[in-house]
Design a protein around this ligand. Structure first.
Ligand code: IMP
Ligand code: MG
Length: 189
């Protein structure tokens, strides 16, 4: 890739913060018992950190765990294989679990994690994703809580990366390259 990348903001800090509070209120309404939040690393770390604090404000007292999953990528396209790089440490048996991920695209990552925790005896496994890309599902899964519907573009920021960069951005955006790539938002044929 050549050219100077610039980032177009898709979802800004304020919009994300407001949505997190609303999601937390929704999650609290279901009155989860002995709630265990499991954040899927790495992409969800920022969303999970903000959502967990919003859950606290919504009156919940979740415990927090992490699972590091890797979906093999060919460039920016998932090949469909998911492996565990780091497992959860807590026993999930009998617990209400909330799985947190950054993006639901093919659905393979979240489905893999959900099946794993259900097989280990979780009482329930609900899913919260910051972004959902519709029309991209390879496996059938409907997330319980969705932050935003995302256009079919590769996004970065708020924990999400391309080639390990841009995770630090406090907003979700799209990388444009001035010289090499066409404008992702330009719909002219
Ligand atoms: P899925 O297994 O196809 O649903 O893909 C979900 C995973 O792929 C997410 O957890 C992300 O880590 C990654 N991913 C999918 N789309 C994007 C994107 O636009 N930007 C960054 N990561 C993405
Ligand atoms: Mg991910």
């Amino acid at each position: 890739m050549t050219g100077t990348p610039r980032i177009r903001v898709l979802f800004d800090e304020d919009a994300i913060a407001r949505r997190n509070e609303a999601l937390a209120q929704d999650i609290a309404k279901a009155n989860p018992v002995n709630l265990l939040v499991v954040a899927i690393l790495k992409g969800s770390f920022m969303f999970a950190a903000d959502l967990i604090r919003a859950l606290h404000r919504a009156g919940l007292t979740p415990q927090v765990e992490f699972v590091h999953l890797s979906s093999y990528l060919d460039g920016t396209v998932s090949t469909g294989q998911v492996t565990i790089l780091r497992d959860v440490e807590s026993d999930v048996r009998g617990r209400d679990v909330l799985l947190v991920d950054d993006i639901l695209e093919s659905g393979r990552t979240v489905t893999f994690a959900k099946d794993l925790l259900m097989a280990r005896g979780a009482k329930s496994v609900k899913t919260a994703v910051l972004l959902e890309k519709p029309g991209k599902r390879a496996v059938s899964i409907t997330p319980d809580y969705v932050g935003f519907t995302c256009p079919d573009v590769f996004v970065v920021g708020y924990g999400m990366d391309v080639a390990h960069s841009y995770r630090q951005l406090p907003f979700v955006g799209v990388v444009d390259h001035f010289d090499s790539n066409p404008d992702l938002f330009d719909q002219t044929p």
